[in-house]
Every structure is written in C-alpha cells, then in structure tokens.
Design a protein around this ligand. Structure first.
Ligand SMILES: *[C@@H]1O[C@H](CO)[C@@H](O)[C@H](O)[C@H]1NC(C)=O
Ligand SMILES: *[C@@H]1O[C@H](CO)[C@@H](O)[C@H](O)[C@H]1NC(C)=O
Ligand SMILES: *[C@@H]1O[C@H](CO)[C@@H](O)[C@H](O)[C@H]1NC(C)=O
Length: 317
C-alpha cells in the first residue's frame, strides 16, 4: 500500500517536473511571467484594508455592499477582527499573532510573517502604501501615511533587510506595475488616512474605493487569476462584537461555489490561513477512494507560521 502510493507519487512528480508551470494553471498563464508559481484558487492575492467601521454599516453601503455581486465574489457575513485598536489587527493578519505590539505604538517584532513563507516559495510580494516615501523609511507618520497600518515595517527581519523593505513602496507604483505586467503575487494595499476612512468616513472610503478599483479591475495585468480581498481592520464600536465586512472577489477568481455570502465564523487569521493553504492538489482515482497529492513543487503550499494561523479555519472557496 505504502509502496504503491510512493510509486504513484513518483510518477506524478516526474510528470510534474516535465510540464511547464503555466500549463497547470487551468489553461491561463500565471500573473507575471512563467516563473510565477500558480496556486489552487488564485495565482495572486490583492488585499485592500480599510479602517474602523462596523459590519452592518459597510454591508449596507452601496459600493462595499455590492462588491460580491458586482465582481464574482463572496461576502463573509460572520468575520471578526482580532482586537482593538488598529495596529495589532494588521500585525496579526500578516504574522498570526498580535504579540509584540502595544496599541498603535512603534513596534519592532522579531518574528516570521507571511513574507517569509512567500519568499521561501519564490512568490513575489509588495506592500503598497499610499503617501509613503519609500527608501525603507521607518517613520511612524509621514503626512497621511501611518506605519501602524503598514505591518511589514514592524517586522525586524523586513525592516532591517534592505532587499526586503524595498518591497514596501508608495502606492503609485501599482499603476506602473500594472502597465509593465509586473504586479507581484501578494499585494497588500493600504489607502492613506483619508482614503481608508480613518480620518474621514465610510462614505469617503466607499467613494474612493469605487473610483480607484473600477477602472483597474478591468485590466487583465491586475486581475488575471487574482483573488481580491476587501477587509477592515476593526469595528468602529468597542462595545459590540468586533465584526467587520470582508469580501473575496475578482473577475477571474475561481471558486468551487457560487454562493454570494458565507456565514461561517472567520477572523483575520482565517484570511492568513487561506493564503497559506492555496495548494494545488491532484486527485488520483484508485479502486476505492482517492489519493490526494500536492501536485508540483512550484505551488503556494506555504505551510504556516505556527501561530494562530495554524489552527484557524480556512475560508472555503
Ligand atoms: C523566482 O522568481 C523569479 C522571478 O519571477 C524568477 O526569475 C526565478 O527564476 C525564480 N526562481 C526559481 C528558483 O524558481
Ligand atoms: C499589460 O502589460 C503589458 C506589458 O507586458 C503592456 O504592454 C500593456 O499595456 C499592459 N496593459 C495595461 C492595460 O496596462
Ligand atoms: C455556478 O453557476 C453557474 C451558472 O449559473 C452554473 O453553471 C454552475 O454549475 C454553478 N457552479 C456551482 C459550483 O454551483
């Protein structure tokens, strides 16, 4: 039994090794060049994160409330932030833990994050920060940029490594990357203190997002095999459950269900886990039952950080 399983695995490893990576991507090519590793449900994830609104208000907003139906998506109607205030939610989302951060104060955390898992698989990433000046600047505030909304800079293994912190860029770079068909496979987009709603309102953020996203979501260089995520760091009110609206969507985002909402209980760790678990599997029919093998070495299959991500509920796609 064991030997047969091994033999079958070997055969498929050989087939995998001789196939071109792009041939495995459901007939589409990977987002930026043939070296980009394909995933199971998406070859790229683009996360937009907004600030401080309650689930109900966002759900009832004309634009955020229509994202799922408008763009082939699913609204998670039972999704929770981790804590209050902002910063620990961002830190938790990329590293599986809120440890090492206190309120919105400067944090310098010696821990791995999604970046370590991505780089281990040669998956490209960038953090696009509106109003940021680049050059690995560690300032807590630059105009309408706030480092508390840029968790990557608070991980010391990114902050102190010039090859890594160079991936934290001013958000204007995204249009250049779209024009050059060079958008990385993991995109974390933080609107500035106005556009994210922090210093303005839900209506302001909604108007900004519609104006920003609609002209870009028609560009294949941005959307191909991409799962877009719109989420909020935390609810506005501290006295009600910390529920936020999260929508997964995208014109070429392939899910196994058409459901436009999912009421399973999730949180920010679930989103992290879903990205980690974006594994292409290959089902081998045998006489009784099915062998399921991870297929190809150039897939996401990121593993986990051994933090709260490890036991989080992955979002069913
Ligand atoms: C990693 O990705 C880069 C850029 O896509 C590519 O040039 C390189 O060949 C890849 N390396 C491996 C080991 O796949
Ligand atoms: C997509 O990328 C290619 C370069 O690879 C470029 O020629 C084209 O203009 C881009 N499309 C858009 C809409 O920016
Ligand atoms: C999704 O909807 C399409 C069109 O309505 C249908 O053909 C397809 O079977 C549905 N897929 C699933 C998994 O329900």
């Amino acid at each position: 039994m064991m030997l047969l399983s091994l033999a079958v695995a070997t055969v498929f490893t050989l087939i995998a090794a001789s196939a071109s990576p792009t041939a495995e991507t459901d007939g589409t090519s990977s987002p930026s060049g043939s070296a980009a590793p394909p995933g199971k449900y998406f070859d790229r994830v683009v996360i937009f994160i907004f600030e401080n609104e309650n689930y109900k208000a966002v759900h009832n907003d004309a634009y955020f409330g229509s994202l799922a139906s408008k763009h082939n998506g699913v609204e998670l109607s039972n999704y929770f932030a981790l804590t209050h205030p902002s910063q620990p939610n961002y830190i938790g989302l990329i590293s599986g833990s809120t440890d090492g951060t206190f309120l919105d104060y400067e944090s310098n955390i010696n821990r791995n994050s999604i970046v370590d898992l991505l780089e281990a698989k040669n998956i490209s990433w960038k953090s696009y920060q509106e109003a940021y000046t680049g050059n690995c600047d560690t300032s807590m505030r630059i105009g309408t940029y706030a480092r508390k909304h840029n968790p990557f800079m608070s991980m010391t293994n990114i902050q102190k490594d010039s090859n890594r912190c160079v991936n934290i860029v001013n958000a204007d770079q995204l249009d250049t990357d779209i024009s050059n068909n060079d958008v990385p496979q993991f995109v974390f987009y933080t609107p500035d203190m106005n556009n994210c709603g922090h210093d303005t309102s839900l209506q302001y953020a909604s108007k900004w997002f519609e104006g920003y996203l609609e002209p870009r979501i028609v560009k294949e260089n941005f959307t191909k095999s991409t799962m877009f995520v719109s989420t909020w760091d935390e609810a506005k009110d501290y006295l009600i459950p910390n529920q936020v609206q999260t929508v997964l969507f995208g014109p070429s985002f392939k899910r196994s269900s058409n459901a436009s909402s999912d009421n399973t209980k999730y949180n920010h760790y679930s989103l992290l886990k879903t990205i980690e678990d974006n594994v292409r599997t290959w089902n081998l029919k045998k006489r009784s039952g099915t062998y399921t093998h991870s297929f190809l070495s150039h897939q996401w299959d990121l593993g986990n950080l051994g933090e709260n991500d490890a036991k989080a509920t992955a979002i069913s796609l």
